[in-house]
Design a protein around this ligand. Structure first.
Ligand SMILES: [Zn+2]
Ligand SMILES: [Zn+2]
Ligand SMILES: [Zn+2]
Length: 265
């Protein structure tokens, strides 16, 4: 059986198959959270992708979403970027079940985006190959509890990683000038808290003293900080290239999101 056939054999209860052709199918999808099928379900076309998996898009004359929106993970050809490599082949049967449940989350995210003009923070994914870089950054940040630093920077334009980053070497393999303050803004705390200076922003209760910045060279997490800086640099470069390409193809912002790099010029 082909990928489409297998996928249709594993449909969850919130999906009803409306039409089945050899190479494509139309389904009505209303995952829990988006409302009833009749009023707010999504009419979706499934077909084999060029990668040997499944591509999904909205049926054109029943569209509720923009035909293209980078920020909402709708590709220029209107197919959905449901999750990282969602158009690639899947492992049966877990892969097919997981694909549907990811689609359910994705459609809920779309409802959220329609309402608020932002993509939910925990679901954010960098575009194209930049997604690999994001995954590497999350692996570095996770043990320190810094994942929110990444997400705030990547998807909300906030915090130290979204500000001007320390300069890096020409070959982009080294962060320069280690005797400047740690870019994360860590400061030395009072004795008891000194060891964790980099992890906490609060000091002893009632402490009104100014806390000296930690130089990057002295930061207990120097290696992680520097790797994050290098990777964020790389991630921004990849995304900038994607945006440039889309611009030169004449692609425009759909106007439904609060922040969109295709609008900010
Ligand atoms: Zn848009
Ligand atoms: Zn203090
Ligand atoms: Zn630090």
């Amino acid at each position: 059986m082909n990928a489409l056939g297998e996928l249709l054999q594993n449909v969850p209860s919130w999906v009803s198959v409306q039409d089945r052709q050899k190479e494509s199918a139309i389904v009505l999808a209303a995952p829990p959270g988006v409302g009833s099928a009749a009023s707010s379900g999504f009419w979706l076309r499934l077909e084999e992708s060029q990668h040997g998996g499944i591509a999904v898009s909205e049926v054109q004359d029943k569209r509720q979403l923009p035909a293209f929106c980078l920020e909402r993970h709708i590709n220029p050809d209107s197919t959905f970027c449901v999750f990282f490599r969602s158009e690639h082949p899947m492992q049966a049967p877990e892969g097919f079940k997981a694909w549907w449940s990811h689609l359910g989350v994705y459609l809920n995210n779309q409802k959220y985006a329609s309402k608020r003009g932002i993509w939910p923070l925990g679901s954010g994914l960098s575009h194209g190959e930049a997604a690999h870089v994001q995954v590497a950054m999350e692996e570095l940040a996770d043990p320190l509890g810094w994942k929110d630093d990444l997400w705030q920077a990547m998807f909300r334009g906030k915090g130290w990683l979204a500000q001007r980053l320390p300069r890096i070497s020409k070959r982009r393999d080294r962060v320069l000038n280690a005797r400047s303050p740690c870019p994360r803004g860590c400061t030395w705390k009072h004795k008891l808290l000194r060891k964790g200076s980099c992890h906490t922003s609060v000091c002893d209760q009632g402490c009104g003293r100014l806390h000296k910045p930690i130089l990057r060279a002295d930061c207990p997490n120097r290696a992680v900080i520097e790797n994050l800086v290098l990777l964020e640099n790389e991630r921004q470069r990849i995304e900038a290239r994607i945006i440039d390409d889309l611009r030169s193809e004449g692609k425009k912002c759909c106007g439904t999101m609060k922040r969109c790099p295709l609008r900010e010029q």
